[in-house]
Design a protein around this ligand. Structure first.
Ligand code: PL4
Length: 393
């Protein structure tokens, strides 16, 4: 018989989000009359705005014509899209040549681990998006160092207490805490990586939600990042592209392995070997997002979700909940001291008919927290808050 990948046995039975869906389905099977409101999985809910939708439609229609048909595209993605990302997202601090278009940040997270092999050691914010750890485990990585982030350290890890690792996963604004790192904090992180000759995998999936102009939206806003960081970006939360699928990575020319060889050259090799390019239709959508009209449309979407965030944060605080995050991110991180987060999850489900995400699913530091997402129709957010007002848990 063929042997199973032995590392699979080191994973918990279910990935966090299917587990939440399972519990939701079980609850609904017992209570089919209930209108459940999901503030759980961070998935966008509002329609893709019209200018961008039109570009997607036109992109699809072109494929039905002899003149407009295209097959496999350039391996690194459409040059014009890469140039737009370089100028609109990075204000040309990053050249188009260092940008690789992809089918989303999660997929890039899986592939990026191939660059380093299973001997690499990694440090991960605790709590963090589970893919960093689960993906590394599947890959066979054994040394995983948690970087505790909690209210006591303002959700920024104590770097002095940290042992050296080859890779440092860092997400800002952070999922799940909803807290973004300041410029000074990212400077510290880069100095730490330089001193340790580590590489930072910077996940900027929620950068578009940063409201405070003094907060960096990219690690490449900080001097020296080019020598120590890879950044993974996504159109999912910018434009409601969670189903369309479009993202990018930035792997700077200046980034080297310890033998002096080029990380970017290997990334090109990985991408051209096991990835066949992002959908040409999605890339038409991406090009539309980064025009003046498209950008106005997505700014309005972000404003809408951030108003949800404000409503949830302010109402819950008024009700006496201890709420963190949500200033520069679409996530709220709510603490229930002394309680287990799955118990609080269950209580919100049964009492308010509101689905949340239990903090423990993001790491041990998440115990006694739940995460609420601000992705939701306004009427559902208001209804969820009404239910909490009527019977605070
Ligand atoms: C549920 C920090 C959500 N089934 O859409 P992508 O692949 O460009 O980006 C995924 C992603 C990347 N980085 C971070 C993220 O938080 C996410 C999406 N996370 C969540 O609720 O935490 C969606 C989760 C989805 C999944 O497993 O990713």
């Amino acid at each position: 018989m063929t042997k199973r990948n032995p590392h699979m046995a080191r994973l918990s039975a279910n990935y966090l989000f299917p587990e939440i869906n399972l519990r939701k389905r079980q609850f609904l099977a017992q209570h089919p009359e209930v209108h459940l409101i999901s503030l759980g999985i961070g998935d966008t809910t509002e329609p893709i705005p019209p200018f961008i939708t039109r570009a997607l439609t036109e992109g699809a229609a072109k494929l039905g014509t002899r003149e407009g048909y295209t097959g496999y595209g350039p391996e690194q993605g459409e040059q014009s899209l890469r140039e737009q990302i370089a100028s609109k997202i990075y204000q040309n601090k990053v050249p188009a040549e260092d940008i690789f278009i992809s089918d989303g940040a999660k997929c890039d997270l899986g592939r990026v681990q191939m660059l380093f092999g299973n001997e690499a050691s990694i440090a991960v914010q605790d709590p963090a998006y589970p893919v960093y750890i689960d993906g590394s485990i599947i890959q066979g990585i054994k040394t995983i160092v948690p970087m505790p982030c909690n209210p006591e350290n303002n959700f920024f890890p104590c770097l002095e207490a940290l042992s050296r690792t080859d890779l440092i996963y860092f997400c800002s604004p952070n999922n799940p805490t909803g807290v973004a790192a300041t410029k000074t904090q990212l400077q510290q992180l880069i100095s730490f990586a330089k001193a340790n000759r580590s590489i930072i995998i910077f996940d900027s999936a929620y950068a578009h939600y940063i409201q405070d102009p003094s907060m960096p939206k990219s690690i490449f806003e900080i001097d020296g990042a080019q020598e120590v960081a890879i950044e993974l970006g996504s159109f999912s939360k910018i434009a409601g592209f969670t189903g369309v699928r479009l993202g990018w990575s930035v792997v700077p020319e200046a980034l080297k392995f310890d033998d002096g060889s080029s990380v970017k050259a290997d990334w090109k090799r990985v991408m051209s070997t096991i990835f066949n390019g992002a959908s040409n239709i999605s890339q038409c959508g991406g090009q539309a997002i980064l025009t003046e009209t498209g950008w106005k449309e997505v700014e309005a979407l972000t404003t809408f979700y951030m108003e949800n965030t404000r409503l949830i944060r302010d109402t819950m605080r008024r009700l006496g909940y201890e709420v963190f995050g949500g200033e520069n991110a679409p996530y709220l991180w709510v603490r229930f001291k002394g309680r287990h987060s799955w118990d609080v999850f269950q209580e919100f489900l049964e009492k308010f008919h509101v689905v949340t995400t239990p903090g423990i699913g993001f790491g041990p530091e998440g115990e006694s927290f739940i995460r609420l997402t601000a992705f939701g129709h306004r009427e559902n957010v208001l209804l969820a808050l009404d239910r909490m007002r009527d019977g605070k848990t």
